[in-house]
Design a protein around this ligand. Sequence first.
Ligand code: 0X9
Ligand code: ZN
Length: 419
Amino acid sequence: MKARSVWVIIGVLCLALFVWAQRVDYTGYQVLRIKLDHPKQCEQIHALVRDIWTCHQQGNTVDVCASPEERRALEKAGFRWTVLIDDVEALIRQQQTDFLPQDGDLFGRYLTLDEVYEAMRQLALQNPRLVQRITVGQSVEGRPIYALRLTKDPRRARVYPNRPQVVINGAQHAREWISVSVTLYLAYALVAGYSTDTRVQRYLDRLEVYLVPVVNPDGYLFSWTTDRLWRKNRRFLGTNAFGQPIYGVDLNRNWGYQWGGVGSSGQRTSQTYRGPAPFSEAETYTLSRWISSLPTLRAHLDMHSYSQLILWPWGFTDELPPFNPVFQRVGQAMQSAIQSVYGLEYVIGPIYTTIYPASGGMTDWVFAAKGALSFSYELRDTGQYGFLLPPDQIRPNAEEVYPAVLELLQWAYERDWRE
Ligand code: 0X9
Ligand code: ZN
């Protein structure tokens, strides 16, 4: 018996060592904010750096995560920049110690996939009259994609035909960990609010709110075990000319409305690879089937990071969408709600002109296919830490987003397409 437990310990240690040895190392990498003279240079940067973090349409800057070789190439091409993160690997390592389990606080640190799924199970278990955990899809590696269904007496009907639905999701992109914690927080806050806030009571009596913290469970897990900066899903795409395997489709370029347009790539190694066909991916396919099955979807919110933005369609064109004034009005209401908590101003506007062209995004599809008011948030921060947002910002970020989400629920509750 004793010998057996020794072997178990040795096995666990070997596994830990194996996982550690497999980890992608970002030694030498820096995050840079590059100044552009004109937006056309964006193309040029795409050719020089693999991992573009974000573009700022207003300030004409691009944030990139660049290796020493990539920095030399940028320098040669005449680009100038400021350094946002001086030592990416050091920051990743420093944050790893912040992730050790502490007390029961779910929002003082980021949660592993198992912890998120367990927290969802617990919330449903402890609030059977308000919460149900349901499976809404499956990943390419076979993991379940769970949603929390929040509505009065969820057990009485699989879906109430006369209660409009609202869907909120996080983590299409694996490394955007804050989107997972914020989405989970919304569930906990709404459940707590149901017994203290008459507004929340009204919404959950009359609406069905679905929260899907992790749309991309394989990628999220992979960003914990192997590559902290993984973005795409984990579909195997074949090998390159040297026989090395290529993985991953950008789920937020794989949705079936205007798929294949500007701001998506046909190259398998690209961070914005759109996949071989619309809905080619298990995650987007099963989720789109589930969303299609909802009888009256009114509003949707797709959580991302970073840049502090409130975005709406379109991503595929700079033309304004139908009902743009409604997007604008609800966007403004959400913006002031966020600002009222800690004073942060999120910039609002359509995806294409506010962040950058992006075709095949979830927001475009949900709006086009379901006619639901579909937004996308880019959560904290504005670039100091980017995707590596320190865990002490989880709670404040979630707290400021919560009242904005109540504004969206308010709109769904008393839908008004008139202006
Ligand atoms: O590139 C993206 O998909 C989004 N930015 S991110 O840094 N989170 O990757 C911007 C596009 C936003 N569009 C939709 N959410 N549909
Ligand atoms: Zn994202």
